[in-house]
Design a protein around this ligand. Structure first.
Ligand code: ATP
Length: 136
């Protein structure tokens, strides 16, 4: 087997299913590249872009808002709270979410939880916007 079967699942259903030659994901401890026959593991993922490299040289980019990745020798399964393929991202919406989060973070009266929530919203918005700048 030269490819991995990749599944990206969210509470709303399947976000992606297909084959990849390599999966590049950002765990909370750094970026990891997964090739077929990888040892089994489970790792939490950061708010990040999942990159799939395909046999034909193509690439798929998926914005993830954290989650977990389960690796088996021939399969990679990602369970994420949200996952958007690059062509499904609404950049105007992400820009508006970024501005809202930045404004909230300027409020000096935020509780710790409110501050943390705004930080996460900002990180998710920046992550979605980052796909636009990614080139091969
Ligand atoms: P917003 O403040 O714009 O709602 P959010 O970060 O609060 O953004 P989430 O709670 O992460 O949104 O996601 C809610 C749903 O909307 C999910 O299904 C997610 O995939 C989708 N979604 C959020 N932002 C975008 C976007 N910019 N483009 C496409 N889908 C999005």
């Amino acid at each position: 087997m030269n490819t991995l079967h990749v599944n990206v699942v969210t509470p709303d259903g399947a976000a992606y299913e297909g084959e990849a030659r390599m999966v590049i994901a950002k765990s909370v401890t750094g970026e990891i590249g997964i090739l077929p026959k990888h040892i089994p593991m489970v790792t939490p993922l950061d708010i990040s872009i999942l990159k799939l490299r395909h046999e034909d040289g193509g690439r798929t980019l998926i914005a993830l808002s954290g989650g977990f990745m389960e690796v088996r020798p021939d399969t990679v399964t990602i369970l994420a709270e949200t996952a958007e393929m690059a062509d499904k991202i609404d950049y105007d919406r992400a820009s508006a979410a970024k501005v809202r989060a930045e404004r909230r973070l300027q409020d000096t009266k935020l509780s710790d939880i409110e501050f943390r929530r705004a930080e996460l919203a900002l990180k998710k918005a920046i992550n979605r916007l980052s796909i636009r700048e990614m080139k091969d």
